[in-house]
Design a protein around this ligand. Structure first.
Ligand code: C2O
Ligand code: CU
Ligand code: CU
Length: 474
């Protein structure tokens, strides 16, 4: 090869390299990542927003009727600028849907957006047609009217869109809300239950903002970058006032892809009382709680004897919410010794066993080597039969971490994690289980309602990009 050709090749390579470098700088500038952002200042915070309880339109105590409107709007997160967002019955997030075991519920979901959406009840045990998955699309200007009878114990669940390929960005811009289920057992436990006072919802999400105030939702081949700002109930830099009494927190990790390990700044102990599907058998003493996207936990922090006037809720090393403790004492409820009974789901002699192999590459992934196909039913399951599902994370190229595996239409029980019994916090009902790289989790699962349902990774970008399958229960 002549020297001239070699020189040309070098020239072209150098040119390419400088174009790439330039593009990189432009990207950094445009994305705003180049500019350092203010750290949360917990002294001068914003009072934690508490979502409203959605008004039941039906006077009959055994029936409930709700209206939810998916809409676009503007939200003031940052003080000086407004942010374009999505919400239900408001501009960001949605109201709490509070329903009771045994109650017959009708919901009118109106789509006021100018694009299609769906509304899925995450953790709710209902027929496939009422589940709000990708098959129940709601066109702009149309409405969807699911109806069901609440058929499960007290729990903290949530709702969010599930439109094929568009779940991640609809959730990112604000479409999510909580569902509380009440029952007789919960009534008689004498737990803190004054909504917004000592029974506090915490919807935790990571977000990034551009300098003009708009939300900066970005993904790349490598996956989703962690947001640089944490929102709780849509509040930046929140503080919460509490009295000297036990306070219950219902925590939802509603992030698209980030895991959180929550603790208190003084590392004090608290009690975990519930996981995804409801109460644990007994309160469990904890110092930190790990939640992957989609998972929930209910905890009680007892402030009745504290000498402190404030403490912070932390994620890792960052304070994410200031808790200001007033001197006011109230009649305090004791932490009950036991919460509920959890019987193992009865299985036959040779229960049907299915294996789900999770694999991801950056933002996309597969389950059992298959990418989601709306026209393919991956599994056929018999109604009311207990099965064993084994979920394995085989890792993958550009794998960023574990996968929260979620199953619709049921609450399951974890039998083992890597061959050993699950830790106590995973011995209650679950609908989402975190499976780290190289891990293997076995669950006992039974479906009491028929229809078509989804299982998927709850990293919403993975779900949107193939890491989902569907099964029919009949
Ligand atoms: Cu939280 Cu398939 O959903
Ligand atoms: Cu779900
Ligand atoms: Cu995943």
């Amino acid at each position: 090869m002549s020297r001239i050709v070699t020189q040309r090749v070098w020239l072209i390579l150098a040119l390419l390299a400088s174009i790439l470098a330039l593009a990189g700088i432009v990207f950094l500038l445009v994305s705003g990542r180049y500019f350092p952002r203010a750290q949360p200042d917990l002294q001068n915070g914003n009072e934690l927003k508490i979502p409203v309880l959605l008004q039941d339109q039906d006077p009959d105590p055994d029936m409930a009727e709700f209206v939810l409107e998916a809409q676009s709007g503007q939200t003031n997160f940052l003080g000086s600028v407004m942010t374009d967002t999505l919400g239900y019955n408001g501009s960001y997030l949605g109201p709490v849907l509070r329903i009771r075991k045994g109650e017959k519920v009708t919901i009118r979901v109106n789509n006021q957006l100018d694009f299609p959406t769906t509304l899925h009840w995450h953790g709710l045990v209902v027929d496939g047609e009422q589940d709000g998955g990708p098959h129940q699309g709601i066109q702009p200007g149309e409405s969807w009217n699911p109806t069901f009878t609440v058929d499960q114990a007290a729990a903290t669940l949530w709702y969010h869109p599930h439109l094929l390929g568009d779940t991640a960005d609809q959730v990112y811009y604000g479409l999510s809300g909580l569902i509380y289920i009440d029952d007789e057992n919960a009534d008689q436990l004498n737990l803190p239950q004054a909504y917004g006072q000592n029974d506090i919802p915490l919807i935790v999400q990571d977000r990034s903002f551009n300098r003009d105030g708009s939300l900066a939702y970005r993904t790349s081949m490598m996956g989703v970058a962690a947001g640089d700002t944490l929102l709780i109930n849509g509040t930046i830099n929140p503080y919460l006032n509490v009295k000297k009494e036990p306070v219950r927190f219902r925590i939802l990790n509603a992030s698209n892809a980030q895991n959180f390990a929550f603790r208190l700044s003084d590392n004090s102990r608290f009690w975990q009382i519930a996981s995804d599907g409801g109460f644990l058998e007994a309160p469990l003493i904890r110092r930190s709680i790990f939640l992957a996207p989609g998972e929930r936990a209910e905890v009680i922090v007892d402030f009745s004897k504290t000498k402190r006037s404030d403490v912070a809720l932390m994620v890792g090393k960052s304070a994410i919410m200031a808790i200001r403790i007033s001197d006011e004492k109230t009649e305090t409820s004791a932490i009950p010794e036991s919460l509920t009974d959890i019987e193992p789901l009865i299985e036959g002699n040779e229960p049907r066993t299915r294996v789900f192999d999770l694999q991801s590459m950056g933002i996309s992934g597969t389950i059992n080597g298959k990418s989601f196909d709306m026209n393919r039913i991956d599994e056929e399951v018999n109604l009311n039969e207990t099965e064993i599902w084994i979920i394995r994370n085989r890792g993958g190229m550009m794998q960023t971490g574990g996968h929260p595996f979620h199953v619709h239409g049921t609450q399951f029980q974890i039998i083992s994690r890597n061959g050993r019994p699950p830790p106590p916090q995973e011995q209650g009902y679950k609908d989402t289980v975190f499976v780290n790289i190289g891990e293997e989790v076995a669950i006992r699962v039974r479906f009491t309602h028929a229809g078509l349902f989804m299982y998927h990774c709850h990293i919403l970008e993975h779900e949107d990009n193939g890491m989902m399958g569907q099964f029919r229960v009949s």
